[in-house]
Ligand binder design. Structure first.
Ligand code: TZP
Ligand code: MG
Length: 224
């Protein structure tokens, strides 16, 4: 799988960076609390075999040292496999790991401060309304996350559900790639595609699956 950004890393041209996100369909994650005694790198490798286009390092309960150590292993794997590697929350860790980008929530460092450090790296922003979408776009985000679309227990401090309604509005208003997130499962992903969105971020439905590779293949097939 090639997305045009791997060799250029942070220094790629912005247009290449953005087009890499255009091609994204299935956005996946490091296991976090779904690890359950398994090897985190193998769990990510299974998602990549299933067609994950992005792996986000998202480890809310890990020490920063632990995140760095896992991040180094995931950077190596994603680079070898030609999959985008994004770090959640931490600009400094994204830089240390030479990640392809960073993902920022509404309470993280604002994009204006992250951009000079990230240079041409990908910056994604979580959004929960059209106003937040507009602000992220104006600040130079490369993609936005939109959610939570459905009920989820994965994110403890989740924002109010935005439903398919916001996805439909974003479809008409968003000039950059957007990724649906929150409670997306094999049963619900058809509704996301039906609302015009063919990029989805999925955590629990994949990491709880007995056959993660097969689950990813099914989800990605519906998004394509
Ligand atoms: N942001 C909004 S909902 C969510 C995040 C990180 C969690 C999504 O996890 P799941 O298990 O796919 O609902
Ligand atoms: Mg965050």
């Amino acid at each position: 799988m090639g997305n045009g950004i791997q060799n250029g890393g942070m220094n790629s041209h912005p247009a290449i960076r953005r087009s890499a996100m255009e091609d994204v369909r299935l956005y996946c994650f490091s296991p976090g609390r779904f690890l359950k005694g398994r090897d985190p790198v193998e769990l990510v490798a299974a998602q990549i075999r299933g067609g994950a286009d992005v792996i986000q390092l998202r480890e809310k309960e890990m020490s920063r040292r632990g995140r760095l150590e896992l991040g180094l292993r995931l950077r190596e794997l994603t680079r070898k496999e030609g999959v985008l590697f994004i770090v959640n929350d931490d600009v400094d860790l994204a830089l240390i790991l030479d990640a392809d980008g960073v993902h920022l929530g509404q309470d993280d460092i604002p994009i204006q401060f992250a951009r000079p450090l990230m240079k041409d790296g990908i910056i994604g922003v979580s959004t929960h309304s059209l106003e937040q979408m507009d602000r992220a776009v104006a600040a130079g985000a490369d993609y936005i996350g939109v959610g939570p679309v459905f009920e989820t227990t994965t994110k403890e401090d989740r924002d109010a559900l935005v439903g398919l309604d916001l996805l439909l509005k974003v479809k008409d208003a968003c000039p950059i790639p957007y990724v649906a997130i929150g409670g997306i499962t094999e049963d619900r992903i058809g509704a996301v595609v039906g609302a015009g969105c063919n990029r989805a971020a999925v955590i629990s439905d994949i990491l709880n699956a007995g056959d993660m590779e097969g689950k990813c293949k099914i989800l990605r097939g519906i998004l394509s």
